[in-house]
Write a protein that binds this ligand. Sequence first.
Ligand code: TXA
Ligand code: MG
Length: 312
Amino acid sequence: MTSPDQKAINDAAAILRDGRLVAFPTETVYGLGADATNADAVLAIYETKGRPRFNPLIVHCTDQSMAERFAVFSPLARRLADAFWPGPLSIVLPLRPGHGLADVATAGLDTVAIRVPDHPVALALLRAADRPLAAPSANPSGKLSPTTAEQVRKGFGGRVPVLDGGPCTRGVESTIIAVDGDRLVQLRSGALALGEVEAAMGQEVARAAEGAAISAPGMLLSHYAPSARMRLDTAPEPGEAFLGFGAAPDFAGTMRNLSETGDLHEAARNLFSMLHELDATGATTIAVAPIPETGLGEAINDRLRRAAAPRD
Ligand code: TXA
Ligand code: MG
């Protein structure tokens, strides 16, 4: 695996402390990081991505004790964090009074989404910067999320320094769960399957209803959009590019297979990279094989449906 040395990490940390942006790897996708306590730095994230200001950011922390400086953890929230941090889970919690985070990072809400990433480079950067880092996926708003440093460079045309930690092992964004009293509510499906959370916590996790009071403001329908049109749950037609899953049909055109053995973890890891690759071939339409809606399939299908949604 590629890995930046400590000097590269210290240099990147100095850039962050100076209020500028650095893109860095996490186990899910690459993040576009800024010091979450610096309003101007956080505003630069929104500007660089072209992201609507009403869409709050995830605040990345080195560990639970750093997270406790910014959010109020109930015993249930603490148990959830213990079970899955570091890892691909963002937890939405009430902001702690005197938290010191820039209001723009939370888009003025009274809650904050926090996660401790499970990636040596991300953790080393957080420690060296000694700041919480606000970091959305490191792609222009509405485009495919990046799972390699090269995709980040392409997306921002080299305007942002990138720490290269090799390809992301999970490949889809973190699962977002809000702790609401004694209830757990999933706001976004992601790299941590709901079943795993339910098994570890011994309780059901509700799925946020569309337009519910508790929701992730960022869940716009058209998102993760490639330039090509997408057709889901189908076999390919001549002239189309094809994204397969499991035993592949006999197809002469350009194709990638998310997982020949039908492994959903492998499929998640390959999802954005293969969409980037097929899109780069200039295909006008990408047909996508059916993918089971179980386990990680929920997050994969969610990203595919958004990629296929009509856009203006
Ligand atoms: O895996 C990930 O989560 C990646 C890596 C870089 O950590 N980050 C990521 O961030 O996916 P982003 O900005 O693309 O997605 C953040 C999501 C948005 O849907 C946003 O609405 C939601 O988190 N969110 C943030 N703060 C929230 C809050 N206080 N309440 C509800 N939703 C929140
Ligand atoms: Mg994103």
